[in-house]
Design a protein around this ligand. Structure first.
Ligand code: SF4
Length: 686
C-alpha cells in the first residue's frame, strides 16, 4: 500500500504524516517539523476517520435538501441582506482548521466582492495578540526564527506555554536537544505548574499577567549590566530610551516572584546569548496580551538577539493553519499577503489582482464584537465555517443566544451534531482531513500540503468549493471559477508577485505557475520564497524591519494593576494533552479518552479547604453570565486564587462541563483577543 504524505490537522507544530488508505498513520521521517515523530493525538488520527456522526447531506431546517437548493438559499439570503442593508450586515466566522485555499476564497469573497471586512476567525482566540505585537514592533506580522533555533539555543524560555501537552513534538525536540547538550537550560514561566514545568530547570510561578513586570525588570537589568547591543539598537531600533524609562518605574515585585527567583532568571537570560523565548496562549489570551508580547520583544531587540541561529522570540500558534489564515488576510483587520487594510495603495493592488468590484476599506468585526453585533440584530446573515463558537467562544451561552438572534445562519461542518450546528438554518456537509486537498502553514512559516488519502461521504464537498459555489450564485462567477485548490494557490502566489513592490515580509511568488502535478508534489517549504530566490530561514539579523523607517520599535509597557473584583477566582482555561478543540475528532477515539475522561477543575489545597471541597467532589464555577459544573482536582499545581479547567467538552460529551459558559467577554483592546485565561469567577461546592 502506498503512503500519502500529508500534514497533521491538529496543532501549529505542523507535523508531517504518512497516511495509508486503510487508516494506518505514521510520522513522516522526511518532514522537517517532526522527522517521523507523532504525539498521542497525531498517532490516533487513523481511529477518527469513520463516518459516524458525520453530516452527510445538506440540511435546511431539520430536513435533508439538495446542494442546489441549499446553495441557492444561502446565496439569496446573503444577497438580500447586502442589497437591503449593505455589506456590513453579513459576516463570516471561520477557522484555523481551514486550509489556506479555503481561507483565501472566503476572504476574497468577503473583502473583494461583498465589500466588507466582517470575516473573523477562531484564530482570533489563538494568536491575535502575537500578530498585534509583531506588527507594533516589526511593522509586520513576522515570526523571525524557526524550529532549528530550539536545537541550537543554550537557553529556552517558555512563557505561558504548556509545550509538553499543547505542542508535544516541539517539546520532544527540546527534550532531545537538552539531552544532547546537557548544559542547555530551559525555563518555564507560568502561573500554573504543568507537565512542561516538570521537565524544565526552573519553573517561575508568576502572578497571572505578571509577565510584563518580569520582562520590564529584565530590560532594566540588561541596561544596568551593560548588556544592550548598542550598535544594533543605534542602527536598527527606535524607542529604546522611552521603553527603558517606563521599565524602570515598573515594580518587579508585581510579577509575583521572589527577589531570588527574579535574579536567577535575569542572570540566566543576560548571561546566555543564544536565547529563544517561546510564548503561547498564556501570553496571548489576556486582556493585556499584546503588551506582554511587546515586553518580550523589547528584550530581544535591546540585545539584538533576533533572527540569528539559536536566538529570538518565537510565538507558537495553537492551530494547524492559524498562520495560513494570517497570510491570506483571514482576520477582520488585515488584507491578504500581510498588507494593510488602511493603506489605499495596498487595497488597490489586491483589488486589481482580484479584478474585484470593491474592496473593504475599514476593519470588520473581530470575534467578540462580531457576536455582540449578532446579539444586537446588526448581522442579518452569518456563515460559520469549520468551527464551533457556541462552545469555544468565551461567554458561550451568550454567543449561542447571539447566533440564534441572527435571522439566517449557515454552518459548514464535517459533523452533524454540534452545539453551533443546532442553531443553524442551513447545514452544509464539508469534507474533512484525509479527504480534502490544500496547504497549511505551521508556526515556523513552513507551508505543507494536506493531501487526500480516503474518500469522504459521497455528498460532502471541500470548503473552497462550497464558498465558490455560493459566490457564483451571488453573481461573482468570474472571481470564483476555480476548479481545484492548485488554481487557488496559483492565484494566491501571483498576488505575491503583484504586491512584492510594497516590500512586506510575506511572499510566495517563487511558487507561482506550478502545474497541478507540481502543486501536488510540493515539498514542505518556508516562506518567504521569492521568484529565483531560496526560501529565507530567518528574519531581522540584518536589522531590516518593516516600519517605514526600516527600524524596529521598542514599546514602553506599563504592567497591569491588580483590581478588586467581587469574584474570588481567576479562571484559566486551556487544553489537555489528548483532546483537540471541541472534541469533534479526538472524541471519537476511546484511546484518547483514557488520559482524562471528564472535565475537571484544578484548585489549590488552600482554596479547596476554604470553600469546603475535596478531590473528586463537584464544583460549580460561575461567571457573570453562566456556569459549569466540574469534578474537583485538588493540586498544588494550581496557584492560590486561580482555577484551571479544560475547554474541550461540549454538550455531546458533558452538558455541564462547558467551561466557556463561565467565561466572560473581556478582550485585549489592541488585538481583540479574548482573555480566556483571565475570567473572573466564583466557585462553590455543588
Ligand atoms: Fe499533530 Fe501537533 Fe501532535 Fe504534531 S504535535 S502530531 S501537529 S497534534
Amino acid at each position: 500500500m502506498k503512503a500519502v504524505k500529508t500534514t497533521c490537522p491538529y496543532c501549529g507544530v505542523g507535523c508531517g504524516v504518512l497516511a495509508f488508505a486503510d487508516g494506518t498513520i505514521k510520522g513522516d521521517p522526511d518532514h522537517p517539523a517532526n522527522f517521523g515523530r507523532l504525539c498521542s493525538k497525531g498517532s490516533a488520527l487513523g481511529e477518527t476517520l469513520d463516518f459516524e456522526g458525520r453530516l452527510l447531506v445538506p440540511q435546511i431546517g431539520k430536513r435533508d435538501a439538495s446542494w442546489n437548493e441549499a446553495l441557492d438559499l444561502v446565496a439569496s439570503k446573503f444577497r438580500d441582506a447586502i442589497d437591503e442593508l449593505g455589506p456590513d450586515s453579513v459576516a463570516f466566522y471561520v477557522s484555523g482548521q481551514l486550509l489556506t485555499e479555503d481561507y483565501y476564497v472566503a476572504n476574497k469573497l468577503m473583502k473583494g466582492y461583498i465589500g466588507s471586512a466582517n470575516i473573523d476567525t477562531n484564530s482570533r482566540l489563538c494568536m491575535a495578540s502575537s500578530v498585534a505585537g509583531h506588527k507594533r514592533a516589526f511593522g509586520t506580522d513576522t515570526v523571525p526564527g524557526n524550529y532549528e533555533d530550539l536545537d541550537q539555543a543554550d537557553l529556552v524560555v517558555l512563557v505561558g506555554s504548556n509545550l509538553a501537552w499543547c505542542h508535544p513534538i516541539l517539546f520532544q525536540r527540546l527534550v532531545a536537544a537538552k539531552a544532547e547538550r546537557p548544559n542547555m537550560r530551559v525555563v518555564n514561566i507560568d502561573p500554573r505548574r504543568t507537565a512542561t514545568s516538570d521537565l524544565t530547570d526552573l519553573h517561575l510561578a508568576i502572578k497571572p499577567d505578571g509577565d510584563a513586570a518580569l520582562f520590564n525588570a529584565l530590560l532594566t537589568e540588561i541596561e544596568a549590566r551593560g548588556a544592550v547591543n548598542t550598535p544594533y539598537v543605534a542602527a536598527h531600533v527606535t524607542g529604546f530610551d522611552a521603553t527603558l524609562t517606563e521599565a524602570r518605574v515598573s515594580n518587579p515585585k508585581d510579577c509575583g516572584l521572589t527577589h531570588a527567583e527574579i535574579a536567577e532568571f535575569i542572570d540566566l537570560w543576560i548571561g546566555t546569548e543564544k536565547t529563544v523565548t517561546i510564548y503561547s496562549q498564556g501570553v496571548n489570551q489576556s486582556a493585556v496580551g499584546t503588551d506582554k508580547v511587546n515586553a518580550i520583544l523589547n528584550c530581544h531587540l535591546a540585545t539584538g538577539r533576533i533572527g540569528r541561529a539559536g536566538m529570538g522570540p518565537f510565538s507558537v500558534t495553537g492551530q494547524p493553519n492559524a498562520m495560513g489564515g494570517r497570510e491570506v488576510g483571514g482576520l477582520a483587520n488585515m488584507l491578504a499577503n500581510h498588507l494593510d487594510l488602511e493603506n489605499p495603495a495596498h487595497r488597490n493592488a489586491v483589488q486589481n489582482t482580484w479584478n474585484a468590484p470593491v474592496i473593504a476599506d475599514h476593519a470588520g468585526l473581530k470575534a467578540v464584537d462580531l457576536f455582540q453585533a449578532c446579539s444586537e440584530g446588526k448581522i442579518k446573515a452569518l456563515w460559520v465555517i469549520s468551527t464551533n463558537p457556541a462552545v469555544s467562544m468565551p461567554n458561550a451561552a451568550f454567543v449561542s443566544q447571539a447566533i440564534e438572534n441572527v435571522p439566517f445562519t449557515v454552518v459548514s461542518d464535517i459533523m452533524a451534531d454540534t452545539d453551533t450546528g443546532a442553531l443553524a438554518d442551513v447545514l452544509l456537509p464539508a469534507t474533512g482531513w484525509g479527504e480534502k486537498s490544500g496547504t497549511v502553514t505551521n508556526s515556523e512559516r513552513r507551508i505543507s500540503r494536506q493531501r487526500p488519502f480516503i474518500a469522504g461521504p459521497e455528498e460532502a464537498r471541500p470548503d473552497w468549493q462550497i464558498i465558490c459555489d455560493v459566490a457564483k450564485r451571488m453573481g461573482y462567477a468570474e472571481g470564483f471559477n476555480f476548479t481545484s485548490p492548485a488554481q487557488i494557490f496559483d492565484e494566491y502566489a501571483k498576488l505575491s508577485t503583484a504586491t512584492e513592490q510594497f516590500g512586506k515580509d510575506f511572499s510566495i511568488s517563487g511558487l507561482a505557475n506550478l502545474s497541478e502535478e507540481e502543486y501536488d508534489a510540493l515539498a514542505p517549504v518556508q516562506w518567504p520564497i521569492k521568484k529565483g530566490q531560496k526560501p529565507q530561514a530567518r528574519f531581522f539579523a540584518n536589522g531590516r524591519f518593516f516600519h517605514a523607517d526600516g527600524k524596529a520599535k521598542m514599546l514602553p509597557i506599563t504592567p497591569p494593576r491588580s483590581i478588586d473584583t467581587p469574584y474570588s477566582f481567576r479562571l484559566n482555561s486551556g487544553r489537555i494533552r489528548d483532546q483537540w478543540h471541541t472534541m469533534t475528532r479526538t472524541g471519537k477515539t476511546a484511546r484518547l479518552g483514557q488520559h482524562i475522561s471528564e472535565p475537571f477543575a484544578e484548585i489549590h489545597p488552600h482554596d479547596a479547604e476554604k470553600i469546603g471541597v475535596s478531590d473528586a467532589a463537584l464544583l460549580r464555577i460561575s461567571g457573570r453570565n453562566g456556569s459549569a459544573i466540574l469534578r474537583v482536582m485538588v493540586t498544588e499545581r494550581a496557584q492560590i486564587g486561580s482555577l484551571f479547567a479544560p475547554m474541550h467538552w461540549t454538550s455531546t460529551f458533558s452538558e455541564n462541563g462547558r467551561i466557556n459558559h463561565a467565561g466572560d467577554s473581556q478582550v485585549d483592546p489592541i488585538s481583540g483577543q479574548p482573555a480566556l485565561k483571565g475570567a473572573q469567577v466564583t466557585a462553590v461546592a455543588f
